[in-house]
Design a binder for this molecule. Structure first.
Ligand code: B12
Length: 253
């Protein structure tokens, strides 16, 4: 079943072999030793999740007593595109040269960015992709931008240390990465961080920008930060957001 609006389907179903056949693939691990019983258990789970018929297309024992599965099958659910809620980029993507001009014009000094991974998180590849000059996905990182001054604090920065350095450097924006999500550590750490900035600096706190592969960009308010970036973010998107925030909200002068 599909309805059309301006030539675009508003209600869609997954596509496998033929349009709208509802075929999907999912992967998961069960704490069951590899074998027939494990595959039966995987099918039961798939059926309970609304996949019917379902087929185990890959099963492999991973360590003692665990099996990893890939299951392919049909779902009957329909996606209503009108009910989809996401954060859409509401600002234009600027080139590094345009970012530099905008910063120079509105601040008349360099914009200071302090970044790092907080808590016990040592996954620095993501924040480095955004900050380091070599950048990510063919784009140069923020260190490349002449009008940005970047202080990269690296891994395992404590929240008090982050607040202290942000104040000492007179940071306009603080960029924090969280990759490990075990027991919601990423969300707990970010809430602790935003609360610490609110307590230490109130309204004069820097712009707080958070990133990591498992964040939902819809969560910014809930986390007490200004923006949340997720997987695949490029440095240009972040630099463009900095300019947008600078010109709409006004970063502390
Ligand atoms: C490399 C890696 C490591 C390296 C990290 C080296 C380093 N210097 O970073 C090492 C070997 C040290 C490591 C250790 C561990 N790791 Co590890 N690691 C990975 C791995 C393979 C890749 C991560 C990565 O570099 N991605 C590439 C970058 C570019 O992507 P990204 O981080 O998503 O960043 C992008 C966006 O998210 C975004 N972004 C990220 N941060 C920010 C910040 C801002 C401000 C913005 C704007 C954007 C942004 O922009 C980036 C570019 O697009 C992942 C698995 C995977 N394939 O993802 C596991 C993974 C992240 N690790 C994992 C685990 C469990 C660990 C350990 C706990 C393992 C252990 N038992 O010891 C330790 C923890 C160490 C610690 N204290 O943090 C788990 C995390 C599970 C979870 N959900 O919590 C993963 C998912 C592997 C898995 N499937 O189990 N790990």
């Amino acid at each position: 079943m599909t309805t059309e609006h301006n030539g675009q389907h508003r209600q869609v179903r997954p596509y496998g072999d033929t349009t709208g056949d509802g075929m999907v693939q999912m992967s998961f691990t069960l704490p069951v030793p590899a074998g027939r019983r494990a595959e039966g258990a995987a099918l039961q789970l798939a059926n309970k999740m609304g996949m019917d018929p379902a087929m185990v297309v890959h099963a492999r024992g991973i360590g003692d007593g665990y099996t990893f599965f890939v299951v392919y099958g049909q779902v009957n659910h329909v996606v209503d595109l009108d009910a989809v809620r996401v954060v859409e980029r509401e600002y234009p993507l600027l080139s590094p040269a345009d970012v530099n001009v905008a910063v120079k014009k509105s601040l008349r000094r360099k914009l200071v960015v302090v970044g790092g991974c907080i808590g016990t998180d040592a996954h620095t590849v993501g924040i480095d992709a955004i900050l380091n000059i070599k950048g990510f996905a063919g784009e140069k990182g923020l260190e490349y931008y002449r009008e940005l001054r970047v202080v990269n604090l690296g891994a395992q920065v404590s929240v008090p240390e982050l607040v202290k350095r942000a104040r000492a450097e007179k940071a306009d924006a603080v960029l924090v990465s969280q990759v490990v999500t075990q027991r919601d550590a990423h969300m707990l750490n970010i809430r602790e961080m935003s609360a610490a900035f609110a307590e230490a600096m109130g309204e004069r706190r820097p712009l707080l920008i958070v990133g990591g592969p498992r964040f939902d960009p819809m969560m910014a308010d809930e986390l007490g930060v200004d923006r949340v970036f997720s997987r695949g973010t490029t440095p240009g998107e972040v630099a463009s957001f900095l300019v947008h925030a600078l010109t709409t909200k006004g970063v502390a002068a």
